[in-house]
Design a binder for this molecule. Structure first.
Ligand code: ZN
Length: 455
């Protein structure tokens, strides 16, 4: 049994059912589970570990719903700097396929460390290139090393160029092998229990890199095993043209025909959608992961975040990286989401302008992400939820002069690094540094792996 008291915060953002913001407060947790959240006067006086948060704001850990951690090996690749999605993918596919299991380990550690330093405590990774001996197992082991709550896909690509897909044949896998490995990793790693640190998702990569058979079989397997489904969808005009040319329907109709809608499914991006499709997402309870930086970087377009929120679509936030972002900063991504949602307001008549607020994007990045991932045990600081949280120093240069509303300052002002970050009651970041692993060594190793891939 171990207890943790984090108290004295200037503000506690609970994201609980009443969205309470508590002045001069904190939380008390036992064995990684929150037992109390409230003002200091109501909290216990002692615990095994006591953390004084004077001068800090305490927030629920951010939840990242879409990432490709292995891409931290190919950030800022010159050949992909100025390209739309399809050309960008073609510049990267064969490099990703050459990565080694050791490189996958450092890539996972780098990406998760970067996320934790921005307040993220739960990350979903959409891994889908499994060649050269790489397996999901490599990433799961790395996530355990750093101590992050980790949800990972046994993703896949099976439709190479010879079958009309976008990736080279050398980067895809045999479908029977994929499905066998999906069963293996679900049996070995998927934990359905509250507080799970590791979960598996089935995630064929995209309509232009897998076959209909694999999409259908993945959905059948996921439902038989009670795991979630994920893919990229409605990301670009090229993808829409692809499904129209190959299947005669728009991407969402294509997925609907394959039984790929429902509360156990979420799509990354959902940029190119019409009004009817927004309604379909809402009434089927299908989730969406909004990835604004990647959409801007690849000139994909602007996802209708405001419309999703107003229609009641479940929306989470993703950094989607790391080669199309090219960072893993969740707080920066939340800020980007707010700014991008405002970009088109100038085209709206005054009466129709609905401002997307700082608190709304913080909610998308916490409660929203938890709902998209089907987790009821994270995303808010509430009794019974896991002790996943982070803090920011408020008395910094970046927030100076903006403290009339410290909660909104975390989004409006330039993103500041987390002071502390805890997952399941365990400290991952202390005073702005990763403390579970020697990151100096990992950065060096990682740069070596990245350089080797370009030779
Ligand atoms: Zn992606």
């Amino acid at each position: 049994m171990s207890t943790l008291l984090a108290h004295g915060a200037d503000v506690v953002v609970t994201m609980d059912s009443q969205r309470r913001e508590i002045l001069r407060g904190g939380l008390f947790a036992r064995d990684g589970v929150i037992e109390q959240v409230g003002a200091d006067v109501d909290l216990p006086r002692s615990a095994d570990r006591v953390l004084n948060l004077d001068g800090q704001i305490l927030l629920p850990g951010l939840v990242n719903c879409h990432h490709h951690l292995d891409q931290t090996l190919t950030r800022n690749l010159p050949a992909g700097q100025n390209a739309e999605l399809f050309d960008w993918l073609k510049a990267h596919y064969t490099i990703w396929a050459r990565r080694t299991p050791e490189a996958s380990r450092t890539a996972t550690l780098i990406g998760l460390a970067e996320l934790a330093l921005s307040g993220c405590t739960t990350a979903f990774d959409h891994a889908y290139v499994f060649r050269n001996g790489c397996r999901v197992d490599d990433q799961i082991a790395a996530a355990a090393e750093i101590g992050m709550r980790f949800i990972v896909s046994r993703g896949s690509m099976s439709r190479g160029q010879s079958l009309g897909g976008l990736p080279p044949d050398s980067c895809v896998e045999n479908e029977d092998d994929i499905l066998r490995d999906c069963e293996r990793v679900i049996a070995r790693y998927h934990d359905p229990a509250p507080g799970a640190m590791t979960q598996i998702v089935l995630a064929p990569c995209s309509p232009f890199s897998v076959t209909e058979r694999l999409l259908r079989d993945s959905a059948t397997l996921a439902r038989a095993k009670n795991v979630r489904l994920h893919t990229h969808l409605c990301e670009t005009a090229d993808e829409e043209a692809y499904t129209m040319a190959n299947h005669g329907v728009r991407p969402m109709a294509f997925m609907q025909d394959l039984d790929w809608m429902g509360d156990d499914v979420w799509f990354a991006h959902a940029v190119k959608v019409n009004e009817a499709e927004i309604h379909t997402l809402a009434h089927t309870k299908t989730g969406v992961c909004h990835c604004p930086s990647s959409n801007m970087r690849l000139a994909s377009g602007i996802a209708p975040l405001r419309k999703y929120l107003d229609a009641g679509v479940r929306v989470g936030l993703g950094v989607d990286g790391s080669a199309s972002n090219d960072g893993s900063n969740m707080l920066a991504e939340a800020r980007q989401a707010m700014l991008l949602a405002r970009l088109k307001l100038d085209a709206e008549p005054e009466a129709n302008r609905i401002w997307t607020t700082a608190r709304e994007v913080l909610e998308v990045a916490t409660r929203g992400g938890a709902a998209v991932l089907g987790r009821t045990d994270i995303g808010a600081l509430e009794v019974g939820k896991r002790a996943d949280f982070f803090t920011l120093d408020l008395n910094t240069i970046g927030y100076a002069g903006g403290l009339a509303d410290p909660v909104a300052a975390t989004i409006f002002c330039a993103p500041q690094p987390a002071r502390h970050c805890f997952v399941e009651g365990r400290q991952i970041v202390e005073d702005g540094k990763i403390v579970t692993i020697d990151m100096t060594k990992i950065v060096k190793e990682h740069n070596g792996h990245a350089a080797a891939l370009l030779v």
